[in-house]
Design a protein around this ligand. Structure first.
Ligand code: TRP
Length: 335
């Protein structure tokens, strides 16, 4: 790595289509950074997806294409970003094994991201070892390419912190080899779900997807909670905690009009349907071009797979270079 190079890397687990939470948390930054970075990587994290889907490989396989499509549709450009598949880079697995010696079981169990995901999935002590250790494999995802800038959603910050602990330990035990990495979280670090849950999640069934049709968007917005005490149009309404206004604050570009609507809503005389219809149009304006671009790519899945194949070849070259350095540092470079 050349000094002060900006190397961006990020990825998605292929477990489902991507939603607005991914878009505001990370995808928007990825698309922007590919123009600023010296190198930019995007990884389909199929091995990580398998850590809690071991019995469901078909799901992971099918979603490799879906997450690649979502990212291409949002403007990730294979000319600027090396797009690749994690399982095709065996050096990531090799690095993971070596990094596993640098973390303790107690530390893994303390990681807040993993802890909360384990709770959501109802794991307890019966967590697959691969899942508990995914932050270690994520360190390998990041460091194989010597990347140093990682666009992620806010939920991933404890993982990035753990990556840096691995960097520090590695350098201390084996000599200065890796640089600490920085995260970059989107302007909206965490998007609430359409049900008001603090997080929009694939498994929580509360997401608006980047591939959703106009009808799907409408249905989801129409079902959003507003203010339960706002029954008649004349009633005074509450803006805080009102999901529709939370979304308008984030996605509606006309801040002045939103402010005006809020005032009206609080005074009474503004119906829920009016603000919901507005939100539907705002979201449609954002999602329509993404959906349409996605449809174009969907016509040629073989071209998308070719993009991933070409990207994987390039990523593999980086991986080999880093692996040679690592083996030397750990003194396991025998022949
Ligand atoms: N853990 C990330 C997520 O769930 C996906 C991911 C895997 C990732 N490897 C990565 C993100 C490396 C950034 C860098 O969203």
């Amino acid at each position: 790595m050349v000094k002060d190079e900006k190397i961006v890397l990020t990825g998605d687990r292929p477990t489902g289509k991507l939603h607005l939470g991914h878009f505001v948390g990370s995808i928007r930054n990825r698309v922007k950074l590919q123009d600023e970075a010296d190198k930019s990587f995007y990884m389909v994290a199929d091995i990580q997806a398998l850590t809690d889907n071991a019995q469901n490989p078909e799901k992971v396989r099918a979603n490799v294409l879906e997450v690649a499509l979502d990212n291409l549709a949002c403007g990730l450009d294979p000319k600027k970003t090396i797009m690749f598949i994690q399982s095709e880079i065996p050096e990531i697995a090799e690095l993971t094994v070596l990094f596993l010696n640098l973390v303790t079981l107690a530390r893994l169990k303390r990681n807040p991201t993993v802890k909360s995901e384990m709770k959501d999935k109802g794991y307890g002590e019966d967590v697959p070892a691969g899942f508990l250790t995914y932050p270690v494999s994520q360190a390998a995802d990041i460091l194989f390419a010597e990347s140093n800038l990682i666009p992620v959603g806010e939920d991933q910050l404890p993982v990035i912190e753990q990556v840096n602990e691995i960097v520090d330990d590695f350098n201390r035990f084996y000599g200065e080899t890796f640089k600490r990495v920085k995260h970059l979280v989107g302007d909206i670090p965490r998007l609430i779900g359409t049900d008001g849950n603090s997080k929009m999640g694939k498994s929580l069934n509360n997401g608006i997807y980047l591939s959703d049709s106009y009808d799907e968007i409408s249905k989801k917005v129409m079902n959003m909670y507003t203010d339960p005490n706002h029954i008649h149009v004349e009633d005074k309404g509450k803006v805080e905690g009102n999901i529709v206004f939370t979304y308008l604050d984030i996605f509606d570009e006309n801040k002045e009009e939103v402010l005006e609507l809020k005032k009206q809503y609080e005074k009474g005389g503004l119906g829920d349907v009016v603000i919901k219809k507005r939100l539907i149009e705002v979201l449609e304006k954002l999602i329509k071009p993404i959906r349409e671009k996605r449809k174009e790519f969907e016509k040629h899945p073989e071209e998308v797979m070719k993009i991933l194949e070409d990207g994987t070849k390039k990523a593999r070259e980086e991986a080999k270079k880093t692996m040679a350095k690592v083996k030397k540092a750990i003194k396991i470079d025998y022949f």
